[in-house]
Design a protein around this ligand. Sequence first.
Ligand code: FES
Length: 154
Amino acid sequence: MNQEDFPRILGICCRWCSYAGADLAGTMRLQYPPEIRIMLVPCTGRVDILHVLKAFDLGFDAVFVSGCHIGDCHYLAGNVRAVKRVAKLKKDLAAMGIEPERLEMFHVSSGEGPKFATVCKEMYERAIKLGPNPVKREARAAWLAKQPEAGVAA
Ligand code: FES
């Protein structure tokens, strides 16, 4: 996959719930966009702000963090910390000129394969609506030129 490819979406999933939810979605043969790449982490509490910033720097157009439901984290409060981190990072992204909608936090359990597929579709649709990540200058410029309001800077 080329850095300028569009869309590219990263799902950072905790191994205990969301990764198993992704597995279940596959087992159930549910359709979700193939542009999603999954990164396994032991717990969403492990997700650092730098991981997300690096993903955007590498050209991902949207990133989601998906962990256990509140109260179900295997490390007690990792997902609570992740919720706070994602909320703070969304504000920081806005300050950097990256739309905060490109980042989201979800809670998907191991038994929620259909919900995982829905999350993937939602993030795919957001990426399509927002266009290429501003870090991907060439892809972004080409996409903007095709928009009805071409010439309007992002
Ligand atoms: Fe799943 Fe902490 S173990 S979010």
